[in-house]
Design a protein around this ligand. Structure first.
Ligand code: NAD
Length: 494
């Protein structure tokens, strides 16, 4: 895209911007092996497939490690190990002992939090501030929270006898690699199941580090099996007859394939899929606070969040002021080295994902959309996208309807609360949303009107393990987190 096609900050009046000296976290603090095998039955084993994939640091395109690609036989070995562990030690263990293992994993993660944060930023591209302050603390909180439930399940579902399902097959995406692993493993184990989990092909490293930690925690062999690989490995898990429950987080496209594959089987499943959240700002909202919330909702995480506030709906009376302030704020965002503690926006996770984002922007330029990007410097190597606003959009534009999964925000205006709700709901997705206003009554009215699993009020992208998360429509089926997230891993009888 040429400079001419994109409006830049030259149109804005800027005073001096803050300049920060680099403050990089050290990659020397972590040890990444050259090659990783599959974690099956409590130990690392070479893949029967004989194949390995490369995982790359998206901020500089260097290869971080070779990682095994599990084939059909490997998945079968993992499921067999998980079944043996389920029928053996794990199902016979007192629930409070099971809980102790989860507490132990949580404490070991606390001790090694820095190491996990650095590896996550190197493998995923997200800023260290995000992995250090959000991902890893949330991971730890999830293990602590679920550790507490292990011996209290009958209090969670009074009047019922909760029983585990057996072996859970779990498949996760690349945007919150370790956090998604925690969302899957912690409730499954707390409920008494064993696990075969597959991380995304571009971000396997923290899951493999977790495997080392699980081994160090002395978890009985086979309780957690970590099989790396790409889509085909996921297919082998989905189709394996020894899997009792499938938990998938990823794109709606793959979620639909999984739903078809399990139709007619007795496998239980939950699907956490895509989103296209509307972030609605009313003219009585605190504007500066809203700007910060919008930035947090779509830019701080490179837009690599299923619940990202990727559609800004702003009431006409405040639109000019808000967009102006938002553009000013965008100019102060630092895009660059994920390991630098000053960085606000890290690298896009892969070349494929970057190409997908740029495809959306190119389409916008060809049409009559107005695209604004901040004029920050980008590193020469790696995959980068400047924070981007797209104005002049209508409801039918792809950028409004489809998940971009990048730091790209579309802006539409509205006049009345009813119009805001109509626009927000005019989407195939229903995962999350945001409302900014100083009226509590408006928050409740609008919140009730939007069909989405999570609505934030005067904030955005806040998570807590006690709170259920999940969507409506094409955003998925089932909930994760809280008591609601335990239920899909249990059978209740009276
Ligand atoms: P993806 O669907 O391409 O891949 C997700 C996982 O599924 C990966 O591990 C991948 O290897 C595996 N996979 C790919 N094809 C498969 C198949 N045919 N069968 C089984 N497994 C298969 O998604 P992604 O690009 O890794 O992640 C981004 C998507 O995840 C976005 O759509 C985002 O909204 C969604 N997401 C949703 C949530 C949520 O909680 N709702 C959370 C995070 C991400």
């Amino acid at each position: 895209m040429s400079e001419k096609e994109i409006t830049t900050r030259q149109n804005l009046h800027f005073d001096e911007l803050w300049a920060y000296d680099p403050a990089p976290e050290s990659p020397d603090y972590v040890k990444i092996e050259e090659k990783y095998d599959l974690f099956i039955d409590g130990r690392f084993q070479e893949p029967e497939s004989g194949r390995y994939l490369r995982t790359v640091n998206p901020s500089n395109e260097t290869v971080l490690a070779q990682v095994a690609e599990a084939g059909k036989k490997d998945v079968d070995k993992a499921v067999t190990a998980a079944r043996k562990a389920y029928d053996g030690a794990w199902s016979k263990m007192a629930a409070k002992e099971r809980g102790k293992y989860l507490f132990r994993i949580a404490r070991l993660l606390q001790e090694r939090a820095r190491e996990f944060a650095i590896i996550e930023s190197m493998d995923c591209g997200k800023p260290i501030r995000e992995s250090r302050d959000i991902d890893i603390p949330q991971v730890i909180a999830h293990f602590f929270y679920h550790a507490g439930w292990a011996d209290k399940l009958e209090y969670a579902f009074p009047g019922y006898r909760p029983r585990p399902l057996g072996v859970a097959g779990q498949i996760i995406p690349w945007n919150f690699p370790l956090l998604m692993a925690a969302w899957k493993i912690a409730p499954a184990l707390a409920a008494g199941n064993t696990v075969v989990i597959k991380p995304a092909e571009t971000t396997p490293l923290t899951a493999l580090k977790l495997a080392e930690l699980i081994r160090d925690a002395g978890l009985p062999p086979g309780v957690v099996n970590i099989v790396t690989g790409a889509g085909q490995t996921g297919i082998e898990i989905v189709n394996h007859p020894g899997i009792d429950k499938l938990a998938f987080t990823g794109s709606t496209e793959v979620g639909k394939l999984i739903q078809k594959a399990v139709a007619g089987t007795d496998k239980k499943y939950t699907l956490e899929l895509g989103g296209k959240a509307a972030n609605i700002v009313f003219d009585d909202a605190p504007v500066e606070q809203a700007v910060e919330g919008i930035v947090n909702g779509i830019f701080f995480n490179q837009g690599h969040v299923c619940c990202a506030g990727s559609r800004l709906l702003v009431q006409e009376g405040v639109a000019d002021e808000l967009v102006y302030k938002l553009k000013m704020r965008m100019e102060s965002l630092i895009v660059g080295d994920p390991l630098d503690k000053n960085t606000d926006i890290g690298a896009i996770n892969s070349k494929d994902q970057l190409d997908r984002i740029l495809g959306f922007l190119a389409e916008g330029v060809e049409g009559d959309q107005k695209i604004y990007q901040s004029k920050c410097d980008l590193p020469e190597k790696g995959y980068w996208c400047r924070p981007t606003l797209v104005e002049n959009v209508s409801q039918s534009h792809r950028i409004v309807q489809e998940e971009v999964f990048g730091p790209v925000l579309s802006i539409q205006t509205f006049r009345t609360p009813a119009e805001a709700v109509t626009l927000a709901n005019n989407s195939p997705y229903g995962l999350s949303g945001g409302v900014w206003t100083d009226k509590g009554s408006k928050i409740f009215k609008i919140g009730k009107g939007i069909r989405a699993g999570v609505i934030w009020a005067n904030t955005f992208n806040k998570f807590d393990p006690t709170s259920p998360f999940g969507g409506y429509k094409e955003s998925g089926i089932g909930r994760e987190g809280g008591i609601h997230g335990l239920l899909p891993y249990l059978e209740l009888s009276q």
